[in-house]
Design a protein around this ligand. Structure first.
Ligand SMILES: Nc1ncnc2c1ncn2[C@@H]1O[C@H](COP(=O)(O)OP(=O)(O)OP(=O)(O)O)[C@@H](O)[C@H]1O
Ligand SMILES: [Mg+2]
Length: 262
């Protein structure tokens, strides 16, 4: 066999952490995710973009076990997790954040994050230590004892990230963590994601804040009407005609042209 004819099944390759193969998810007559396939190398930051309703969150829900797909499979480190529930995913090393943050309001920030760390340890002391470590990581330690219902949107988004990180994941799915935040807060989250990634964690990031996403992603996949329409490096995606037409818009192209002329 020549080197061009290597088998395409990479499930045994050490560097492949996630394999999504031919996944479809329907809601009645609507095909929310339509035959989507991609693989992901360990340590990558993958961006996921596409218009509202394209199927991005639904794809996360399938990958994370909240929804069962009608077709296709999801493998984590070579293990088929297609029909495993979310707590099983957490044990296997996958965590996610939610687009709509619904904290346990009366509980403190620390207790909310401990919901994550209790997936790793049964000891309250240990869970608290893990959770505090994550709160310090994102600069939330001073509000550890504040009820979650009293904190700002930006703090809630960071708390949500801490809760996911408190499970000590190998791979984390982050759904629109920067939406609605000030630029400075977005920058803090970008820095945190970079530090998380530098420590070896693979990150999949759904985001509409394009500058931030283009900056941090090594690779981007694009969904439109449930279908994967592009998969490539940020530069390729940013100049892809189909992606511009479906999502980025002509104003994006003009802005890029202005920037390259300057
Ligand atoms: N539980 C559900 N029941 C029925 N339809 C759903 C359900 N969840 C999502 N959908 C539909 O599936 C499609 C994909 O929705 P999804 O939330 O995955 O989009 P998205 O790409 O995350 O959009 P956004 O950028 O607005 O968050 C939409 O048409 C949505 O209305
Ligand atoms: Mg969504």
């Amino acid at each position: 066999m020549s080197s061009q004819e290597q088998p395409t099944d990479t499930s045994t390759a050490e560097s492949t952490i996630l394999e999504v193969e031919g996944v479809s998810k329907r809601f009645g007559g609507l095909v929310a995710v339509d035959d989507v396939s991609f693989t992901l190398d360990q340590g990558t930051i993958l961006g996921v973009i596409g218009p509202n309703g394209a199927g991005k969150t639904t794809l996360f829900n399938v990958v994370n076990g909240f929804l069962d797909p009608e077709e296709g499979s999801v493998r984590l480190n070579g293990v088929d997790i297609t029909h495993a529930d979310p707590s099983e995913h957490a044990k296997q090393g996958m965590a996610r954040t939610f687009q709509l943050v619904k904290p346990f309001g009366p509980l403190t920030v620390l207790d909310n994050v401990m919901v994550g760390s209790f997936l790793k340890t049964g000891s309250r002391k240990e869970a608290e230590k893990l959770a505090m470590k994550r709160l310090e990581f994102l600069g939330l330690e001073e509000i550890a004892d504040v009820p979650a219902q009293n904190i700002t949107v930006a703090q809630k988004k960071k708390m949500e990230l801490c809760r996911a990180l408190a499970t000590d994941p190998e791979i984390i799915l982050v759904d629109e963590v920067m939406a609605g935040l000030q630029q400075e807060e977005q920058r803090e989250i970008l820095d945190a994601l970079e530090r998380i990634n530098n420590a070896g964690t693979t990150i999949v990031l759904i985001e509409h804040v394009m500058d931030a996403l283009m900056e941090i992603s090594e690779r981007i996949i694009v969904l439109n009407e449930g279908k994967l329409i592009a998969d490539g490096e940020p530069d390729e995606i940013g100049t892809n005609d189909e992606v511009i037409e479906a999502y980025l818009g002509e104003s994006w192209r003009e802005q890029q042209e202005r920037m390259s002329d300057a």
